[in-house]
Design a protein around this ligand. Structure first.
Ligand code: ZN
Length: 193
């Protein structure tokens, strides 16, 4: 006999084995582990890492100064905010759109590959990294669009716009794919042999 709880409503069942069944209380399909959890989360993470590259390399913002439009990538934007001594905005953009997505991606990649190949990290630490990634996930709310709003409110002395296109789309996809990869991952796999 083993005790199995529904992941959705937490109702506990006494079962003979681990074969899947439907929860009588909420109709959720109760499985020992989420199907293909590691494979899907790892693939999503790799896609997100690939998309991070165009998000950084293609122009994301448009800055209009004296009527002249210049396009800039996220990093060029950070540099120009520094030049105008808008240190706070430079810091927020750099943290929210360069550092945080990167930490999240590398954290997930580390956990997922350590489950595929033999990397010596203690399970407790893997859980810690995962919790950390999920916690800073909340900060992806402060993405570049919020920063754009902020910039227009405090008036930088020139027009600052977020350009649509490849970089912005890639960036949005990076954020979304990372979120799904983390959300869909079944942490119980870490404890499996
Ligand atoms: Zn249930």
């Amino acid at each position: 006999m083993s005790l199995i709880s529904c992941k959705n409503c937490n109702k506990v069942y006494e079962k003979e084995n681990y074969s899947e069944f439907v929860c009588t209380q909420c109709n959720h399909k109760v499985r020992k582990r989420i199907k293909n959890s590691l494979q899907v989360s790892l693939s999503l993470t790799i896609c997100a890492i690939l998309l991070y590259i165009p998000a950084m390399l293609y122009p994301m913002m448009e800055i209009t100064k004296f009527g002249i439009k210049t396009e800039s990538t996220i990093l060029q934007g950070v540099v120009s905010f520094l030049e105008y001594e808008n240190y706070f905005i430079a810091f927020v953009i750099f943290t929210a759109s360069v550092i945080i997505p990167l930490i999240k991606l590398l954290g997930l990649l580390l956990i997922f590959t350590s489950l595929k190949i033999d990397i010596k990290i203690r399970n407790k630490n893997k859980i810690r990294i995962f919790k950390f990634v999920k916690a800073i996930g909340k900060w992806s709310m402060i993405d570049i669009y919020v920063v754009a709003l902020l910039a227009s409110v405090i008036q930088v002395g020139e027009l600052f716009n977020i350009k649509g296109g490849l970089a912005a789309t890639s960036f949005a996809l990076v954020v979304i794919l990372t979120m799904i990869a983390a959300h869909r991952f079944d942490t119980r796999i870490i404890w499996d042999d």
